[in-house]
Design a protein around this ligand. Structure first.
Ligand code: GAR
Length: 199
């Protein structure tokens, strides 16, 4: 069984959706550790409630390399095969990426490469796009940039607000993240340049 290390900074609803799929037997993997850079992240508490190992590693005052050395050590101590970023609001250093090549996944609430960075749902709403959505991708050292594993499109309705749009995107996030993790842990893909070809 492949071992997942989840990293999060906040609410943790994507983490919980993944944990639910595992509990339902729909995703063959196990969560070895949940790490947060924010000691007060609700996602950490949710992990504890589920009886999972939850580790708080505050990032304040540490530079990126120094901090990433700590998270790498924690992930390795827990024999993690894949790193799952679930609302983890920090860029990873090249050192981190080198430790886990094609083994770090992220979910982003837009159809990349549109609307990278913070508040992607608000960015898309304010831009006036007719469709937005979410993207699961491999992580490289650039912001919201690596090869795309799965996307889901979400139409923007006339009576949407940024909040109602965000909520519908989140439903799709919860669906496609577990699906993408299943593809990756089962090795049902190959990468050709930027393209992830599913098998
Ligand atoms: C999710 O919408 C996720 O896509 C986004 O943060 C939210 C975390 O929610 N991630 C990013 O914007 C990363 N650039 P959650 O804590 O409830 O999973």
């Amino acid at each position: 069984m492949k071992r997942l290390g989840v990293m999060l900074s906040g609410r943790g609803s994507n983490f919980e959706a993944i944990a639910d799929r595992i509990a339902e037997g729909k995703l063959a993997a196990e969560i070895a550790v949940v790490i947060s850079n924010r000691p007060d992240a609700p996602g950490l508490e949710a992990a504890r409630r589920r009886g999972l190992k939850a580790v708080s590693l505050p990032s304040r005052g540490l530079d990126r390399e120094e901090y990433d050395r700590q998270t790498i050590a924690e992930l390795k101590a827990n024999n993690v095969d894949f790193v799952i970023l679930a609302g983890y609001m920090r860029l990873l250093s090249a050192t981190f990426i080198r430790e886990f090549p094609l083994r770090v996944l992220n979910i982003h609430p837009s159809l990349l490469p549109a609307f990278t960075g913070l508040d992607a749902q608000h960015q898309a709403f304010d831009y006036g796009v007719r469709f937005s959505g979410c993207t699961v991708h491999f992580v490289d050292e650039h912001l919201d940039n690596g090869p795309i594993i799965l996307q889901a499109a979400v139409p923007v309705e006339c009576d949407d607000t940024a909040e109602t749009l965000s909520a519908r995107i989140l439903q799709q996030e919860h669906r496609i993240y577990s699906e993408a993790i299943g593809i990756v842990v089962n090795g049902k893909f190959r990468v050709e340049g930027r393209r992830v070809v599913l098998s």
